[in-house]
Design a protein around this ligand. Structure first.
Ligand code: AMP
Length: 473
């Protein structure tokens, strides 16, 4: 069986009506703003009517991959970009995106955020038809499916996307360049975020609104679940995929809990606001008497502020994060892994010593981070540690692009909250409830994908599906 790739990534697409303008620098800045969505590899493809498609991909952070030389070499008024998220054992240049292949005497380039759960069987069918695969990416599967519809069945691009969407099961936010035209597609359940903005007559599609903010573009709207957008000259044309009418919404709750940047808004909901609400809800569930509320930086800061505001307990920075810890640390031994946590976080000992503290984290997945974290905090000798978590127990894997872990690695799938509290040896441990989380996000539960929390997945899943574990720097 081939290794399947989970792609919780960031995607961008820019269309500038003026074909004397190069968009690569704007794509670069948008990717820079989306770096939190993937640090494994980065790539940009641009199209220019004179010399066609140009692209460049590399391993590492956007600043490692692109210097002025690479950016300047990517000419063209249409561009797409991708940053890829790191999962264990998948670190290969061939898997970096955009994926590029020939198409209709030209080229197709595709950037994908999401995970196609039936990609293995689709891939096997394509191999039988003679397609040779160069990577493990879903983008390659989707590109070949599009080729098939276009060549064999003579369909235009929108009709080809329509036909392919009926075969795809899973999540996808796509930006695609096909022979000088830009398309953006969002899966019918809206699992992955995608929004559109505008700047001086150019259109930008991106995974998160922060990518629009960085280039000072105006937010227009979210791409509708099941929408295909094509960009032509000064227009955007919208087409809704037929399967959308038979599909329930399933926006990923983890975007609000952890994944997205707090200064983004997704599907009309401000991520920062949701996280403040998570803190308020935690206070309603667990009104603890303490001296300080302390976040595990950075992702838990808004929830800790929310708890502090609701409770009146002072918010304090008790842990300082070293922001320069890169992603390239691969730690083979336990000793090195422990050292890596120390490298990343350090307690302010005098602030914590002798105090009753409420420590807030966004989520516990495998539980390894919390163990090292609590050990570190204990060295500062607090009087009490109460650990509150802004995500309900993660009891099942995600198959749609958040490489959580396999079920036997998920601590909450194997131990009760009380057992985890004992393992951590702390005064109390509390997870936000599913109902409170839904309330905090501010969206009806039926519009959210909560599969990793309640095992109710929004699509059928193949029997042999395997879960992946994320790689933690
Ligand atoms: P652990 O419980 O050791 O797996 O680590 C959980 C912490 O890792 C959380 O507090 C998040 O900050 C972060 N985290 C949770 N899920 C993911 C994920 N899928 N990918 C990357 N980081 C994550």
């Amino acid at each position: 069986m081939h290794e399947e790739l989970q792609d919780k990534c960031g995607v961008v697409g820019i269309h500038c009506g003026d074909n004397s303008q190069d968009v690569s620098r704007f794509v670069y800045f948008c990717l820079y703003a989306l770096q939190h969505r993937g640090q494994e590899s980065a790539g940009i493809a641009t199209y220019n009517s004179e010399n066609g498609l140009n692209y460049y991909c590399g391993m590492g952070l956007i600043t490692d991959v692109f210097k002025d030389y690479e950016i300047n070499n990517l000419s063209g008024n249409i561009g797409i970009g991708h940053v890829r998220y790191s999962t264990t054992g998948q670190s290969r240049l061939e898997n970096s995106q955009p994926f590029v292949t020939d198409f209709d005497n030209g080229f197709i380039a595709m950037a994908h955020n999401g995970d196609i759960v039936n990609s293995e069987s689709l891939r096997d069918e394509l191999i039988e038809k003679g397609y040779e695969f160069k990577s493990n990416t879903d983008s390659e599967v989707i590109c070949y499916l599009l080729k098939q519809e276009h060549y064999d069945n003579g369909k235009d691009i929108i009709d080809s996307i329509e036909a392919v969407s009926k075969k795809l099961v899973g999540s996808y936010a796509l930006t695609i360049i096909v022979n000088g035209e830009l398309y953006a597609v969002r899966d019918p359940a809206g699992m992955k975020p995608l929004c559109i903005g505008e700047k001086n007559g150019s259109y930008i599609v991106a995974s998160e609104t922060v990518a629009l903010d960085v280039i000072n573009a105006n937010f227009i709207r979210d791409v509708t679940p099941g929408e295909v957008i094509s960009f032509q000259n000064d227009e955007i044309n919208s087409h809704i995929l037929e399967i959308t009418k038979d599909t329930h919404l399933a926006h990923c709750m983890f975007e609000y809990v952890y994944f997205a940047r707090p200064d983004s808004a997704i599907d009309g909901i401000n991520v920062y606001e949701s996280r403040l609400n998570i803190g308020k809800q935690l206070y309603e569930q667990f009104p603890i008497d303490a001296d300080y509320v302390i976040p595990v930086p950075d992702s838990s800061i808004p929830a800790a502020i929310g708890y502090s505001r609701a409770s009146g307990i002072p918010y304090a920075e008790g842990l300082i994060k070293n922001r320069y810890v890169g992603r390239t640390f691969i730690m083979p031994t336990q000793e090195e892994r422990e050292l890596a946590v120390r490298l990343k976080l350090n307690p302010i000992k005098d602030a914590i010593k002798g105090k009753k503290i409420i420590l807030i984290d966004d989520s516990i997945v495998r539980g390894t981070t919390s163990k090292s974290l609590i050990e570190l905090v204990k060295e500062a000798e607090p009087a009490e540690i109460h650990f509150l978590v802004g995500c309900p127990p993660v009891i099942a894997p995600c198959y749609y692009g958040v490489a959580m872990a396999t079920k036997n690695e998920l601590i909450a799938a194997n131990y009760t909250t009380e057992e985890i509290r004992k393992q951590l040896d702390i005064d109390s441990l509390g997870y936000i409830s599913l109902e409170s989380l839904v309330k905090a996000i501010g969206m009806p539960a039926e519009d959210l994908c909560l599969g990793c929390l309640n095992e109710c997945y929004p699509t059928d899943l193949p029997d042999n599906i395997e879960a992946e574990t994320y790689f933690k720097p």
